[in-house]
Write a protein that binds this ligand. Structure first.
Ligand code: NAP
Length: 279
């Protein structure tokens, strides 16, 4: 599994991690086994959120006894993101995850509390060792500019955003802004939240041909395309050990420039939308 620096955080993080939205819908032992299999295969970046129902409880069970291996991320809801609300929400997440610290804590999307307040909450948590770094999610360029001003230079570790083959809006401005400022990009819903390109479509056929030539799978090719730039990571969600193993395999394949160009053409960037899309 390839690992990369995670912005200002002094940790190398796997390019392919594990999402957990709706993982609590699966049979609990199966979901826990999926996450553990993912850990065994190097997908040690686990993403969760207070919003995801019982997902934090599932993660807590999966990482029990293996906390030090994991780069653990959770998120505060904007409606909780006052100074004290942020601190309390984090403490609730820590209890549900059965750990004493998060590696990164994110504001789930921009809300109505001033960013200065949320980031003050983050800094208090950092001083107490309850979080080791913090970042944002679903931030468009104006939001990122405001966060940079409110949080101070070099503080924000990442921006977690919607990014898959059929939704590449971040490439217009958000991704370049993040690269310029040393903020990493974490691609969420890399399989379109379950809507993966049809194998009979033009793009689906391109993925299949490239996968076949590498003796690998279309999912791995898709994930690899999303992490082709050195500042990007992704967090597919899998609730079976088989799916987790498939996804982890993306961390080892290498696509040629010509293959990347074929995928780029088959799944065109499209025009820049007025607002950053989110799920
Ligand atoms: N910050 C935000 O606002 C935000 C928003 C959305 C998501 N996220 C994060 O990003 C993570 C990933 O996004 P997502 O959950 O929306 O969707 P996703 O990862 O794009 O897709 C998940 C779907 O793909 C299936 N799948 C996974 N691996 C597969 C494989 N190898 N072969 C076939 N099917 C496979 C899963 O099935 P099974 O479950 O049956 O394995 C599930 O139905 C979330 O879980 C969450 O942690 C963050």
């Amino acid at each position: 599994m390839e690992r990369r620096p995670f912005g200002p955080v002094p940790r190398n993080v796997p390019v392919i991690g594990q999402g957990t939205w709706y993982i609590d819908d699966a049979h609990r032992p199966t979901a826990v086994a999926a996450l553990r299999n993912g850990l065994d295969l190097g997908m040690t970046h686990i993403d969760t959120a207070e919003m995801y129902g019982d997902a934090e409880l599932v993660v807590g069970e999966a990482i029990s006894g293996r906390r030090d291996e994991v780069f653990l991320v959770s998120k505060v809801l904007p409606s909780n993101a006052s100074i004290s609300g942020t601190v309390t929400a984090c403490e609730r997440s820590l209890a549900r995850l059965r750990t004493d610290r998060l590696d990164c804590y994110l504001l789930h999307w921009p809300g109505s509390y001033p960013l200065e307040d949320t980031f003050e909450g983050f800094e208090r948590l950092r001083e107490q060792g309850k979080i080791l770094s913090w970042g944002v999610s679903n931030f468009d360029v104006p939001d990122l500019e405001a966060a940079w001003a409110a949080g101070g230079e070099g503080r924000m570790a990442c921006n977690q955003v919607l990014y898959h083959l059929e939704e590449r809006a971040i490439e217009h401005a958000v991704l370049p802004w993040c690269e310029e400022h040393g903020v990493v990009t974490v691609a969420y819903s890399p399989f379109g939240h379950g809507v993966f390109p049809d194998p009979t479509s033009r793009g689906g056929r391109v993925l299949a041909e490239i996968a076949e030539s590498h003796f690998t799978t279309v999912r791995r090719v898709a994930l690899r395309f999303l992490v082709r730039r050195s500042s990007t990571f992704t967090i597919p969600k899998a609730s079976s050990a088989e799916h987790a193993a498939d996804n982890a395999g993306a961390g080892a394949i290498i696509l040629t420039e010509a293959e990347l160009a074929r995928i780029d053409t088959a799944f065109p960037l499209g025009p820049r939308p007025r607002r950053l899309p989110m799920l």
